[in-house]
Design a binder for this molecule. Structure first.
Ligand code: ATR
Length: 267
């Protein structure tokens, strides 16, 4: 039996265990998925220990995604994003990947949104914003990053191909965009809050909200009213997990089983 897991702090409410175990059930993979919550000062020991114990793979979440970059051999995308969310423990030691980026592009693909040649706005320049900006740019979008702290958006834009950055006063660019990603925490546990004025939303837009608590955010409600394509945060959560499952097992992920299980845990 293989052991996979999630390392973060806290990880108590994570939906990754049921989602991945649904995938093992559907494919017959003999594995378990468990959570680990080390102290921040112990993360290097934790990764080395996982390797020594023969753990097959780990997802990584807050606050360790940047810390882990130094502890594994990161692939070029994880290195550019500056964060690792998936570790594969192979015979040559731990390798690091960032499947959050694939979560973004696969979410748009599944909704038939063409990213190549599109104009995209990413709101937020934290961990999720970085993954989204690189993912969209690598898929051929011209990306604008708008962030409350403008300097962080400008810094990110300087390393993302063809990107521009600015403060929240640049959100008006959404009016001319094809794609919008909310990569801030605005709306999380706050169904009346949105990072984007509804007046900027329009029918030619596809909107991905990384927030999935609640699953129906104000942003997605406003986007739906404006006639936009809406993609909720469960898609991003699902598809980063799908990408990790495929990377670890080499099998095609049972997306429907994983999606059903995930959505049964979300309201
Ligand atoms: P994550 O890893 O989930 O992206 P993070 O790195 O803490 O989390 O980033 C949170 C993002 O949400 C940031 O872009 C943050 O903006 P700042 O860089 O200015 O802090 C954004 N954010 C959080 N609260 C916000 C608010 N009330 N209004 C606008 N943006 C907010």
């Amino acid at each position: 039996m293989q052991v996979y897991g999630l390392v973060g702090n806290p990880v108590g409410h994570s939906l990754s265990p049921p989602m991945h175990e649904a995938a093992y059930d559907a494919t017959g993979v003999d594995a378990r998925y468990v959570t680990f919550e080390p102290e921040r000062s112990a993360i290097a020991d934790a990764i080395a220990g996982a390797d020594a114990l023969g753990i097959a793979g780990l997802n990584v979440t807050i606050p360790f995604k940047q810390d882990v970059l130094e502890l594994v051999d990161p692939d070029p995308l994880a290195e550019r994003i500056g964060a690792v969310n998936t570790i594969d423990f192979g015979p040559d030691g731990p390798k690091g990947y960032n499947t959050d980026a694939a979560g973004v592009t696969r979410a748009f693909e599944r909704h038939d949104v063409e990213l190549d040649g599109s104009v995209a706005v990413v709101v937020g320049a934290g961990g999720a914003g970085r993954a989204a900006a690189f993912a969209l740019a690598d898929a051929g979008a011209a990306v604008h990053i708008a962030n409350r702290t403008a300097a962080k958006a400008e810094e990110l834009a300087s390393v993302v191909p063809r990107a521009t950055g600015g403060g929240l006063d640049t959100l008006e660019r959404i009016a001319d965009a094809d794609v919008l990603v909310n990569a801030t925490s605005v709306g999380m546990e706050a169904p009346d809050e949105t990072p984007v004025p509804a007046s900027y939303l329009h029918a030619d837009l596809a909107v991905l909200d990384a927030v999935y608590t609640p699953i129906e955010t104000k942003l997605l409600g406003d986007a739906s009213s404006a006639g936009a394509v809406t993609i909720d945060g469960a898609w991003m959560l699902l598809l980063q997990g799908v990408e990790a499952f495929e990377l670890w097992t080499g099998l095609e992920a049972p997306i429907d089983s994983m999606n059903d299980t995930l959505r049964s845990h979300l309201s």
